[in-house]
Design a binder for this molecule. Structure first.
Ligand code: NCD
Length: 309
């Protein structure tokens, strides 16, 4: 595998290898001196055309802890704001001698397109509403750290599925790992074509959160992505919360210790109540910490290669 564009690029063995290395990287993260020489002399560019807090900074930290030189370029501060095309921007950046491009862009399929233009390794850090593979890997890793094997575990993925690349990558990753996934959304936020996809990929769909929660072994809440909505997808925020929010009452209906995940950023009070976000069973910050370890692992495997392991 040269690039990481989609969870479809990975076999179950690849995912397990990434997790094994991530666990070693997690130990490095807990040390006082967090530095490995593995990517010394390599250059990683974070090219972000959409806003990001945790994905961009965790890729940057991951690169730095592996001793790579990491540079951030954002859409607003780059020449794309002067009208330069994406192709010219990536060719320019790569002409400087870059080894890896970690890329986030609002167009679905953009990471794949860029991988056809450049020689550098391309890692998709979110392409429109399509995929966000490292997020799904870190979610599954964090969950596995808490639950052990995900085989047969019932996992509910809830929220704005239509606009969510995290949902798409997670369904692929969790089902690959043998989990029993049910995705829950209001009809207006259930992506078109999901019925056919759910049949072929082997996951379930539901409009009824209260029916799904009591048997769930883990719940992943997804953000309502207002910035991607160009119309009204639900009557009011209050109604969304009443039907689809992880409210205090629904938290009480979960089995005790059921892990709660959210990729962040959270809309507290909309899709997730503060009590749920901050509950002892919440994995939100474990996900962030796992993010650095998993991204170190991905960078390591794509750039250092097995031969230098
Ligand atoms: C997600 C993203 O950007 O796709 N966030 C993230 O990477 N942690 C989800 C979101 O924005 O809601």
């Amino acid at each position: 595998m040269k690039h990481l564009l989609s969870i479809n690029d990975l076999s179950v063995d690849d995912i397990e290898t990434i997790f094994t290395t991530a666990a070693e990287m997690h130990d490095v993260q807990r040390r006082e001196v967090k530095k490995l020489p593995a990517l010394r002399g390599r250059t990683v560019i974070n090219l972000f055309f959409e806003d990001s807090t945790r994905t961009r900074s965790s890729f940057e930290i991951a690169g730095k802890w592996l001793s790579a030189d990491t540079i951030n370029i954002t859409g607003k501060g780059s020449s794309t704001s002067k009208g330069e095309s994406l192709r010219d921007t990536v060719l320019t950046v790569c002409a400087m001698g870059v080894d890896a491009l970690v890329m986030r862009h609002h167009a679905s399929g953009s990471a794949q397109q860029v991988s056809e233009w450049v020689d550098a390794v391309v890692i998709n850090a979110g392409d429109g509403t399509h995929e966000h593979p490292t997020q799904a890997l870190l979610d599954a890793y964090a969950l596995q750290q808490r639950l052990g094997s995900l085989e047969g575990r019932r996992i509910a993925v809830v929220g704005d599925l239509t606009h969510s690349r995290v949902f798409r990558s997670n369904v692929l990753c969790l089902t690959k790992l043998g989990a029993d996934v049910t995705v829950v959304a209001p009809p207006t936020l259930m992506p078109s074509g999901v019925e056919a996809w759910s049949k072929s990929a082997g996951f379930a769909t539901s409009y009824d959160l209260d029916q799904v929660l009591p048997t769930a072994d883990a719940v992943m809440m997804l953000r309502v992505q207002r910035e991607r909505m160009n119309g009204a997808f639900f009557p009011t925020a209050r109604e969304y919360t009443v039907r689809y929010g992880l409210t205090r009452d629904r938290l009480a209906a979960l089995k005790p210790d059921t892990p709660i995940l959210h990729p962040g950023p959270m809309n507290r009070g909309l899709e997730i109540a503060a009590d749920a976000a901050d509950a002892a069973q919440s994995l939100v910050l474990d996900q962030v910490s796992a993010g650095v370890a998993v991204r170190m692992s991905v960078l390591y495997h794509l750039l250092a290669g097995e031969e230098s392991a």
